[in-house]
Design a protein around this ligand. Structure first.
Ligand code: ZN
Length: 279
């Protein structure tokens, strides 16, 4: 049985095209989008590919994805989505995905991380500070948190910070919030020569791009760009997750220690061992 309307057997065609909710999404997406050849989802998809241009096919495919995602949120999280949310999610995700495929940015990002050492955290250079930032979602509690960890050139902890807030946001939004927080932190400390490291490639790419996005994510990225331009010798860099373990641990811990500052004297044992192991 379809979990969205509780009124029909859930076939692919029903879930993605003909369910009342899906059908409202399609009308809102493009009124001219014909559902004429509906003997199966496969037939519809083929018909669509033959009839519409590449851009429309891409966008329609993303609508299918977003309708299915909304259906899963109903099933697993008892969340109801609006037609508008589905259409926005489809177009935002397509934009993000296209950016992530941008070969030049990908190349420049991977060139920065050449060599096997990029699997591990690397100490900053002399007189430099490195801040690792990571965000995490606590879906069951409808909240999110992030962790910021500042270390000096000998790998010693200068300070770590946690933040824990109620609210449900997509992953990339929380990652961007963490980066913004790191930049504000640098500003308030009046630090120079700082490297911020995140494992959110999308955030790094977006910060470096000139493209303006009107989503919450886009606005956060703009804030980051403004903050960055006001700081001296501060850079945001993409690193692998394995090189961002300390920030990840602090972010996971944020729900116990919200809004806390952690220094060498009050660092908990597990974190201390992890910090030492990376020195
Ligand atoms: Zn249905």
């Amino acid at each position: 049985m379809c979990h969205v309307c509780n009124n029909h057997v859930e076939t692919t065609t029903h879930a993605l095209l003909t369910c009342d909710f899906a059908s409202s999404c399609w009308s809102s997406f493009e009124a001219s989008f014909s559902m004429a050849t509906l003997s199966s989802f496969g037939n519809w998809f083929e018909y669509m590919q033959q009839t519409f241009d590449v851009e429309q096919v891409c966008r329609a495919t993303m609508v299918c994805w977003a309708v299915w995602k909304a259906r899963n949120e109903t099933v697993w999280e008892k969340k109801t989505s609006s037609v508008e949310e589905v259409i926005t999610s489809a177009s935002v995700t397509l934009n993000h995905w296209r950016k992530a495929q941008d070969k030049t940015t990908l190349l420049s990002l991977s060139l920065e991380n050449n060599g096997a050492r990029s699997e591990f955290w690397i100490k900053p250079g002399t007189n430099q500070i490195k801040i690792n930032v990571d965000a995490t979602l606590f879906q069951q509690e409808s909240s999110y948190g992030f962790g910021l960890v500042a270390r000096d050139s000998s790998g010693r902890l200068i300070e770590a910070k946690t933040c824990y807030q109620g609210g449900v946001f997509p992953d990339e939004v929380v990652e961007a919030m963490g980066i913004k927080e790191a930049l504000s932190w640098i500003k308030s400390k009046n630090w120079h020569n700082v490297e911020i490291e995140t494992d959110s490639m999308l955030s790094v790419q977006s910060i470096r791009s000139n493209q303006i996005m009107s989503s919450i994510f886009g606005l956060l990225i703009q804030d980051c760009q403004i903050l960055l331009s006001s700081l001296h010798n501060v850079h945001v860099r993409f690193i692998r997750r394995s090189a961002n373990r300390v920030a990840h641990v602090v972010a996971r811990h944020s729900r116990f220690l919200s809004g806390c500052s952690i220094f060498e004297h009050n660092v908990w044992t597990d974190l201390q061992s992890l910090l030492y192991s990376e020195c």
